[in-house]
Design a binder for this molecule. Structure first.
Ligand code: PEP
Ligand code: MG
Length: 755
């Protein structure tokens, strides 16, 4: 016969009882023991047991009512073993009328469980990770109701809180650490060199729900409804205003669909009805969704999981009043910033002095946040899967920006090894430092001009440190991105003047390269299906000449009595250069008319970023004073692979025949026309790529400050002619290989070139 639960007070009474238990001043084991007794009696089950996942991936019995007490802290099983293991592995509840008939059933004599037939188990989850399993068992054959599954899931949330709070730490036996605190080693893509040791600061912290059991369910339902309404209004408002700086229209629209999804709303209400708070209900429904979706391999579905997570977080934010983003001004010393993804402007809001590292889940090396991280010299790793779910705020973390490794909660020996690595790196930096006044000349006497990329005031100090005199690319948009409104003429002028004064060898200023993901918070954004192919850079400059004119005026005035080099980004047609040049000339005439001083000499150049320019080189080279190859964008457009989309960004190797042939074509044409060609994309800062660029004819490279040392060390040890012959042979080959990297690397290795 089915036992009735109503007689024992139902789930709400149980939750109230458990809340009292959570507050009792007893030790962790006693609390767990009392919880299992309460659950068993309220659910009319003979058995209730708690298993906790250990760092060695075994599930250990931490408390039981009904099984043999002697088995507590003795019985363990692997995550692929038995029904409990199955629940841990799948992160899904399991309800069985006849447990012994299930193929995963495994009998443990020490627990005496063979007399039980029915079995209900739920995972103990936190942030999509399994921390343990909670089980009830019955002697009779019975079917557990959906409501009972939900009650057990709620209790599992309380247990997750206990585990996450560290309370169980006192009953952990030596060597049997709990999984939540275990060391996890992850691998991503290296973005900026350097080793950082510190504590995690979540850029968008998960909102922590501590109040799980409700005082008054009717009130909780009202709170839930009010928050849902507020959240929906907020999303509508964002959509009406064409989105915020952070979210695209597509994401907001997905939010709106989810926010009105009946299934979701029903699940939330049902969860509250079991006696938990509105925020606990959001968390529980989200835990389920996460567990279900996490096993999805379909990238589209995983993307939706992110959206749903964000939405749940928004709702929690409404309910708890906790902030959706970390307060950049209040981060601790030794912070390692961890973000799913972030824009360059958001990174600039943090105090650089406190940041020891940056870890990005959904952004790779060519993203703009990566460029800013490099400019700021922050050790950075990108493309780190699931990192935001595996971390708790404040966890110890190590970032190795050279190997792409990230260690969460490192053990002392791992930490010691990285401290040593940081020391060695400092020593290597010293060697580079010693090279700083040595010109970059190859073994066979080819001199390469190594310049620095910059965009922020903090970059300027690196000139001296790296022994560089010239800024080959100054990204002027960074100043605009940091400001809260358009910088005025005088502000721009003063800033450019300082930059010119810091770089005795000259500065190539690139005009505003905004659009795409480089958003100015104070400028209205236009929703575009394909921002990378949209209204950006010189296109904005020519359509809104007021903006460009103001910047050019500031540049011309700042460079009074010096050489001024101006570079136009994203030029697609030669005529765009003509138009831009006409604006410069008009500004120059205006200056003269008003008796302002002017630059001693003016050089105008174009960035080679859009492939259409490859077929206009003759007419282009006749007009410009110099060319600068922006390989980040050029490669993105050549390969039709979004540089910010991790699924495709690393799909094609730049060290491949099509890319290198295109780059060689530009270098050769430049030489023939007698016009200097520079390369200022990220590839110029990687030793093997830099060497290959020299081999195909580049004599000037501009890169981040930290790359100067390693690139120079490689060039000093290489024979450019020999490399040129080898590369030419590779590029003339027809083997259709997707990458020439290994062959180039082997060639360099065999000659002892440090890479
Ligand atoms: C490039 O595209 O290579 C470049 C240098 O410009 P940015 O990375 O700023 O787009
Ligand atoms: Mg570019």
């Amino acid at each position: 016969m089915m036992p009735t639960r109503g007689a024992l007070g139902g789930p709400r009474l149980l939750l109230r009882r458990l809340r009292e238990l959570m507050a009792e001043p007893v030790n962790a084991q006693a609390r767990l023991d009392r919880i299992v007794v309460q659950v068993a009696s309220n659910m009319v089950a003979e058995v209730c047991s708690v298993y906790v996942l250990r760092a060695d991936q075994r599930l250990e019995l931490f408390a039981t009512e009904g099984l043999k007490r002697e088995a507590v802290h003795i019985t363990t099983m692997r995550v692929d073993e038995g029904l409990v293991g199955l629940i841990a592995k799948t992160a899904e509840p399991l309800a069985l009328t006849e447990a012994q008939a299930h193929p995963s059933f495994s009998y443990r004599p020490e627990t005496g469980e063979e007399i039980y037939h029915s079995f209900l188990g739920v995972p103990i989850l936190r942030g999509g990770n399994t921390l343990g399993v909670l089980v009830v068992q019955n002697r009779v054959k019975r079917a557990y109701s959906e409501e009972e599954v939900e009650v057990l899931e709620t209790i599992a949330m309380l247990l997750a809180e206990m585990i996450a709070s560290g309370e169980l730490q006192s009953i952990v036996r030596p060597g049997a650490d709990i999984n939540l605190r275990r060391h996890v080693a992850l691998k991503g893509s290296p973005i900026n060199d350097g080793v950082g040791l510190g504590h995690a600061v979540m850029h968008e912290p998960r909102i922590v729900v501590t109040q799980i059991v409700a005082e008054d369910t009717t009130k909780e339902l009202e709170r839930l409804d009010a928050s849902l309404q507020a959240m929906r209004a907020n999303i509508d408002e964002l959509l009406d205003n064409n989105g915020s700086a952070g979210e695209s229209r597509e994401v907001l629209e997905a939010f709106r669909v989810f926010a009105n999804d009946r299934g979701w709303l029903r699940r939330l209400r049902e969860a509250v009805s079991t006696g938990i708070t509105a925020e606990a209900a959001v968390e529980r429904v989200q835990n389920d969704a996460r567990a279900r979706l996490q096993r999805q391999t379909d990238p589209y579905m995983r993307e939706r999981l992110h959206d749903l997570d964000d939405l749940a977080n928004r709702l929690l934010h409404q309910l708890t009043g906790q902030s959706l983003v970390a307060a950049p001004e209040s981060i601790p010393e030794n912070a390692i910033l961890v973000a799913r993804s972030m824009g360059p402007a958001a990174l600039l809001e943090y105090d650089r002095k406190k940041l020891r590292g940056l870890v990005l889940e959904d952004a790779g090396g060519a993203s703009h946040v990566a460029i800013v991280a490099r400019a700021l010299g922050i050790p950075t790793v990108g493309d780190v899967d699931n990192v935001t779910n595996l971390l708790e705020q404040g966890d110890a973390i190590i970032v190795d920006g050279s190997s792409g490794e990230v260690h969460l909660r490192p053990q002392p020996n791992v930490e010691a090894a990285y401290r040593e690595k940081a020391r060695l790196r400092a020593r290597r930096q010293e060697q580079y430092h010693r090279l700083r006044n040595v010109p970059a000349v190859t073994l066979d006497g080819v001199e390469i001009n190594l310049m620095m990329n910059a965009g922020l005031m903090v970059d300027l100090q690196h000139l001296e440190e790296a022994g560089v005199r010239q800024i080959g690319l100054f990204r002027t948009e960074l100043q605009f991105m940091m400001a809260s409104r358009f910088p005025k003429l005088e502000q721009q002028q003063a800033f450019y003047r300082q930059v010119l004064e810091a770089a005795p060898g000259g500065v190539t200023f690139r005009t505003l390269d905004i659009g795409g993901d480089k958003i100015l918070p104070y400028m209205a954004t236009y929703e575009e299906e394909n921002p990378a192919l949209g209204w950006r850079a010189i296109r904005i400059g020519l359509d809104r000449p007021g903006l460009l004119r103001l910047q050019l005026r500031a540049l011309l005035r700042a460079a009074e009595g010096r050489e001024l080099r101006i570079l136009f980004p994203m030029v697609t047609m030669v005529s765009e250069f003509d138009e831009a040049k006409a604006i410069v000339e008009r500004e120059l005439a205006h200056l003269r008319r008003h008796n302002h001083g002017a630059p001693d000499s003016l050089k105008l150049g174009v960035m080679m970023e859009v492939p259409s320019l490859l077929w206009q080189l003759d007419e282009l080279l006749e007009r410009v004073d110099f060319l600068s190859v922006g390989s980040n964008d050029l490669v993105q457009y050549l390969t039709a692979a979004d540089r910010d989309n991790r699924r495709v960004a690393n799909r094609f190797d730049v060290l491949s025949a099509p890319v290198l042939r295109a780059l060689r074509h530009v270098a050769v044409k430049g030489q023939e026309a007698g016009k200097p060609v520079t390369l200022c994309g990220e590839i110029g800062g990687r030793p093997l790529e830099a060497l290959t660029l020299v081999a195909i004819g580049y004599k000037a490279l501009s890169m981040s400050a930290t790359s100067i040392g390693p690139v120079k060390a490689a060039l000093l040890a290489a024979d450019a002619g020999e490399f040129a012959d080898f590369t030419a042979k590779l590029l003339d080959g027809r083997d259709g290989a997707p990458s020439l990297r290994e062959r180039l690397r082997a060639f360099a290795d065999a000659r002892g070139v440090p890479l």
